[in-house]
Each structure stands twice: as C-alpha cells, then as structure tokens.
Design a protein around this ligand. Sequence first.
Ligand code: DXP
Ligand SMILES: NCC(=O)COP(=O)(O)O
Length: 256
Amino acid sequence: MSFLNPVGPALELGINIDHVATLRNARGTTYPDPIQAALQAEEAGADAITLHLREDRRHIRDADVEAIRPLLRTRMNLEAAVTSEMIDFSCRIKPQDSCLVPEKRTEITTEGGLDVVTHFAQVQAAVKQLQAEGIRVSLFIDPDDEQIKAAAETGAPVIELHTGRYAEAHDQASMEKELERVRAGVREGIRRGLKVNAGHGLHYTNVQAIAAIPDIAELNIGHAIVAQAVFVGWHKAVSDMKAIMLKARLDAVGKA
Ligand SMILES: CC(=O)[C@@H](O)[C@H](O)COP(=O)(O)O
Ligand SMILES: NCC(=O)COP(=O)(O)O
C-alpha cells in the first residue's frame, strides 16, 4: 500500500530510458549516458527502469543492459521481442520483470500490442522459459478481451495495456472511446487475476485520465519525459511526472 495513496493500490512509475540512448547514438558519442539516466531517475522517484532492447539495437544496446542491471536499486523491466535471441539474453540478464512486446523493423515506434491469440504457443513457451529463471513476465497487449484472456492463459502474471491509440486520438470523442477501451481492459485483467500496467505515448497532459483508473498498478513512460528534460532537466522531468500521476490517482480515489 502506498503512503501517498493509503486507500487504494499504489501507482508506480517505470521510467523508460530508451530515448536517452537514441540521443547518444545520433552522434555516436558516449553521452548522454543511459546508466546515469537510470540512476538519476531512481533518485527522482522512479519505481522501476524500463528499457527496450530492440532487435536492430537502434537505441538501447546489450552493453547498456549489462551495465545497468547490477546498479539498479529499484527493478529492471526489460522489454524484448519474442525471439530466441531476446529470450535467451533476458534469461542471462535476469531482470526482475520482462515485458514481451511485438516488433517490426520498419516501425517508428511499437505500433500495437503483442498478438498473443495468434502466437499463443510461442508466447507461452517464452513465458515458461523466463519464469523458470525467476523472472516476472508481462505481456504488452492491446486492451482487447481476447488478448487479455490469451495472456492470462499463458501463465504470465502481468499485462501492460498499450495506450498508443488513446495517446494518438485526435479528438475528444475518439480519446474518450479509447480511454473506455483501456478502462474495460483493466477491469478484464483484474477479473482474471492479473497485475495490470499501462503505457505508450503518455505525456504530461494525457497521463491524468489513465492514472485515474484505480486498478492500474504501473505506468511506463519514456519519450515524453526525455523530451521534457531538455527544458527542465532530467530530475524535474521525472519527479513532475510522478507527482502528476499520483495527484490524478488521489483525486480519482477521493471522488469515488
Ligand atoms: C514497448 C514500448 O512501448 C516502448 O518500448 C517503446 O516502444 C519504446 O520506444 P520505441 O518504440 O521508440 O523504441
Ligand atoms: N512500454 C511503454 C513504454 O515503455 C513507454 O513508451 P513511451 O513513453 O516512450 O511511448
């Protein structure tokens, strides 16, 4: 139970540091250093550090993951595609959390959730392999009942609902429709006994409605925080996001 939210489940913030590495890789420099970003994010209030080792290594690299893993005081949430290379790598690194995500080489960013229904056997085998190493597995899926059902049937204890469609909605009506899909997904996940996280495309003015959904346990946010840090500094960018999320959750619990 959270000190800030004594009447409801805690809401945690996983800081995604991928785009610190994007900036570093743009010039082939050693700065900005994702290790420093991870450690300073923890000091600023991050509850976990999320990083996505893409197959094309466009941002985070193997060496980043290896260096950061033993230094974290919170937990590592390592995102990876369902391939034998990535699952074997995760089993070697042993993050506390492994989030299985879909990947397309040509996408600008993760376009949708993992299709657990279609790739059930492959996903279930990956979940089992990771769980055998003591890693908690999360499946990054769309807020869709069939996907949530399939995710629960793999034995994974956690789902992360993809909020990209909510974040990209261009008008109030479609935003409300996507928000309702997320709310329904959270209810279905909880009904099936899962820990329900959410993330993708969240920023300082759209996070409130998602944070207000009482049963979401954790939000993973990256790109917007790295962008905001350009103007206010990394520590403030992280701590402001956490404060906004927690205020939204407290306000929602107070109104309930
Ligand atoms: C799975 C997810 O939502 C994040 O890992 C996100 O994908 C990171 O940013 P990119 O999609 O830009 O790699
Ligand atoms: N899993 C979602 C995530 O890690 C954050 O994605 P974004 O905030 O960079 O879109």
